[in-house]
Design a protein around this ligand. Structure first.
Ligand code: ATP
Length: 550
């Protein structure tokens, strides 16, 4: 299929904000695809070229893209930058520049979806000597064959900001609609494979029966099941009847896979961090049976045997060199709490069965590997659970988890069957989309950050500017990241790719026409930079509205 056909669909998707219309456009398009490009198209519509389980990224900064554009269009890099700043969007700027330029190669050979897809995939694998030139030459080749509208969307895909207001939910519904498959079945196969391209392909070729055969595969991470906030220990336990109450550790969540003889460790963002944690790999190798499995747990950093803040682990995760030294300076302990696969998928079993299995299979003779501390909570022993909470806080942990003992594991779901009860007030996870340069002492830094939440279509809507809670070190870090992710600048304002996630505390949610979302936050304060979270993890308007009502 020619890439221009996909671009025409992008343009139609861009012209409506209505979810149902977007779904209809994509479903109708999917039905017309006759060759083998459905997989590629699915991922391209989602703005990428790798399935969600893969941690590969294109990793192309705008500087490199600008260099390629300037080569193809035949103007200076500064002129390209000026156009981008004037338009406030690299895609629109690209389209304008390409339509002014009479390119001899235009339309000589139409770009195909497969060619665009495989060229972009190649970019992620280039490293080492001369990699910048190799990347520029791939991008230049693509752009030199592109029409102005194709150039608009290729450049946006390259910097990973497609901006057509299509998230996984819409594509999932479109697959169901196009291939006449029950939505629940599409949803389940997506949750188990984390690969919508594959789901679309199987739905098209084998229908519901094929989708039902898709399952969890060790080696491919799935989105973790997440927790809602408990309104109170007693109420939550009463509602569940029988709950597994556990210490909530303040570390990072790990999903640990064993496939054949290989152990792989993934974060909650599904990044593969196996190489950063050799001591955890060793522990798992020694203390769990040598069958295929997927287990989950929280890893915490310790000092003199006591837990310390989770920020310390983030340093461990990002580290690529001197790992031996880090192992000594920041010793880790892991607390396992769930098993998703053990010789076969286990997620449909009730939590209590999964926990029993975990207790059977883990050898706890090494102090660095533990199971999360657990007490079965019923209406009869509420004080015991309250003591677990107090003990958890006294030991520097975060609070407790209250989990319905009868429930299956549902990847990606943030539901009522798994709750957290913490000592700290509720916060919001937001993404930075822009910023304003500071005044006076803060003149070198971006002092104020424009932050956004997700709406029902996964589009970002601004909600506040936040400028407090930032020490000099954090300001310096954020300012350098803002430069790295810059899309455009105007006066003292900068707009960036939605990559930086902040956890924000505030005194009140108020109605406000000032921001796109229609609400704002009074006295917002940055509590932390959540390097462990991505765009998928930010809060939604729906959650904000329910918090506002409360
Ligand atoms: P928070 O910001 O409160 O950590 P979160 O958004 O990171 O929350 P939630 O799903 O809201 O994630 O809270 C559950 C998180 O708590 C898990 O993702 C996991 O990292 C952590 N955790 C710590 N101890 C446990 C435990 N015993 N069982 C499950 N999760 C635990």
């Amino acid at each position: 299929m020619n890439y221009q056909e996909l671009v025409d669909v992008y343009i139609r998707l861009d012209s409506t904000t209505k979810r149902l219309e977007k779904t209809e456009i994509i479903a109708n398009f999917f039905k017309t695809i006759e060759d083998d490009s459905l997989y590629d198209i699915c991922l391209l519509i989602l703005g990428g070229v790798f399935p969600a389980w893969s941690d590969k990224e294109l990793g192309i900064g705008d500087k490199l893209l600008i260099q390629a554009i300037s080569k193809v269009v035949g103007i200076s890099k500064i002129s390209v930058e000026e156009e981008i700043n004037a338009q406030g969007d690299i895609g629109i700027a690209c389209e304008k520049l390409f339509s002014k330029k009479q390119q001899t190669t235009f339309f000589l050979k139409p770009l195909t979806v497969n060619f665009v897809f495989s060229s972009l995939q190649k970019l992620a694998d280039i490293s080492g000597n001369n990699s910048t030139n190799k990347k520029i030459s791939i991008i230049t080749e693509l752009l030199s064959l592109a029409s102005p509208s194709e150039a608009k969307y290729i450049s946006r895909t390259i910097i990973e900001v497609l901006r057509i207001g299509v998230g996984e939910g819409i594509v999932r519904d479109a697959i169901s609609q196009a291939f006449n498959v029950d939505k629940k079945i599409t949803e389940r196969s997506h949750m188990l494979t984390n690969d919508l391209g594959l789901v679309a392909d199987v739905a098209k070729k084998e229908g519901e029966n094929g989708l039902k055969k898709l399952t969890l595969t060790p080696g491919k991470p799935v989105k973790p099941m997440l927790a809602q906030l408990s309104s109170g220990i007693k109420e939550s336990i009463k509602e569940m009847g029988k709950a597994i109450c556990e210490t909530k550790y303040d570390g990072i969540r790990l999903q640990i896979h064993r496939k054949n003889n290989e152990i792989a460790i993934f974060t909650r963002r599904l990044e593969n961090i196996t190489l950063a944690m050799p001591e955890i790999v060793k522990l798992i190798e020694e203390c769990l049976p040598h069958f295929d499995f997927i287990v989950e747990g929280e890893v915490i950093a310790t000092k003199n045997g006591k837990p310390i803040s989770f920020q310390n682990i983030l340093h461990r995760v990002k580290r690529k060199y001197n790992i031996e030294e880090a192992i000594e300076n920041v010793p880790l302990k892991i607390f396992l709490f769930d098993v998703l696969f053990y010789k076969k998928p286990m997620i449909d079993e009730p939590l209590i069965e999964r926990r029993n299995l975990l207790e059977d299979i883990v050898d706890l003779s090494n102090d660095d590997i533990n199971l999360s501390k657990k007490i079965i909570g019923t209406c009869e022993n509420i004080p015991e659970i309250e003591s677990l909470f107090e003990e958890s806080i006294n030991e520097n942990h975060e609070g407790i988890m209250i989990k319905d003992s009868k429930e299956p594991y549902i990847p990606g779901l943030r539901g009522k069957k798994m709750l957290k009860f913490k000592a700290e007030p509720e916060t919001l996870d937001v993404v930075v989309v822009g910023g304003t340069r500071g005044l006076g002492k803060r003149g070198d830094f971006i002092g104020s950050y424009l932050v956004a939440l997700k709406d029902e279509n996964d589009e970002l809507k601004t909600i506040a500017h936040v400028a407090t809670g930032l020490d000099d070190e954090t300001l310096e870090y954020l300012t350098s990241k803002m430069k790295e992710y810059e899309i455009s600048q105007k006066d003292n304002k900068i707009f960036v790719k939605p990559k930086i996630i902040l956890e924000i505390a505030y005194s009140e949610i108020v109605n406000s026409p000032e921001y796109e979302i229609g609400y704002s936050l009074r006295f917002p304060v940055v509590k932390s930079v959540r390097k462990d979270k991505g765009l998928d993890d930010i809060d939604t308007i729906e959650r904000l509205k329910s918090m506002y009502k409360e």
